[in-house]
Ligand binder design. Sequence first.
Ligand code: NAD
Length: 336
Amino acid sequence: MNILVTGGAGFIGSNFVRLMLNKYPDYKIVNYDKLTYAGNLENLKDVEENPNYVFEKGDICDAQMVREMLKKHQIQVIVNFAAETHVDRSIHDPAIFTHTNVYGTQTLLDAARQNGIERYIQISTDEVYGSLGETGFFTEKTHLSPNSPYAASKGGADLLVKAYYETYGLNVNITRCSNNYGCYHFPEKLIPLMITNALDNLPLPVYGDGSNVRDWLHVSDHVSAIDSVLHHGKPGEIYNIGGQNERTNLSIVEMIVGKLNKPKSLIKFVKDRVGHDRRYAIDPAKIERELGWAPKYTFEQGLEETIKWYVENESWWRRIKSGAYLEYYVKQYGEA
Ligand code: NAD
């Protein structure tokens, strides 16, 4: 199988590329990535010599280049991870989110239907469902009610994917996963930010009173779920992915502080994010029942491994925090 993985240089995409190359030695994996600030080829340094791996620098909004990629690499499947992903950035500058996440998805969908692509998988998020109260879970039937510009752009993309299934019969799936954590997570997101700040004895900024609840899943469990959808998903279906692991932000920061033996006084409560969703919680019953997927990590074990990874890979995150990681690309591929 020849797969175009868009956004493969990011956090989840790079973990997916690695899984595919290791698990399916006869697949060709083309990583198509624009290398925004969040894309980092160092995430895939260990596989760059693999003969089944190709990196192509490009934008999912560039219709001509996407078409060229599909033809050049005889692509059969597209898995779209490429997106602007940081909620805080979407609050400051929503336009790029609409452009990349909505228009970029449409560009891929058009290229897919015009070039006989056999499967298209859209990697979406539970944030498209909006916020929950104290009880209840998001199922695949929950209405979309996104609150942030990021979530709205992902929801818009999902609606287009569904429309291309209904209108053109494109063989699509949408996956909606809860919050991920694990190795190669860009240190602007909660868990890696707290780990790396704590290692440097820097303040640990927690929004509001820290009581917002997220449902956390290890990235390895997320990419194994996408593998299941890729091979066994039914056409047109949506699959929610989650580990039934709800935690308040504060409890996570306290766990990190505890595991690193740092003082709790590092925790600093800061002004809450505007429109901050209270609670997300995924009901993963459908993917468990229909595709036999189940997460392998407990949160305790996953967080410990993740902390260990950040401790052992200090140069990786220090280079990101200092911006020096961009030099790697220039060194490898010429201009940035
Ligand atoms: P990330 O920000 O780490 O990576 C995004 C990647 O997309 C980067 O490599 C970036 O260079 C690339 N990209 C951005 N714009 C592009 C464009 N126009 N053309 C080509 N490439 C482009 O993101 P992530 O956390 O790995 O998330 C991947 C996907 O999973 C996203 O679609 C996100 O919405 C979804 N998701 C993320 C989470 C999470 O917890 N991180 C949870 C559920 C779903």
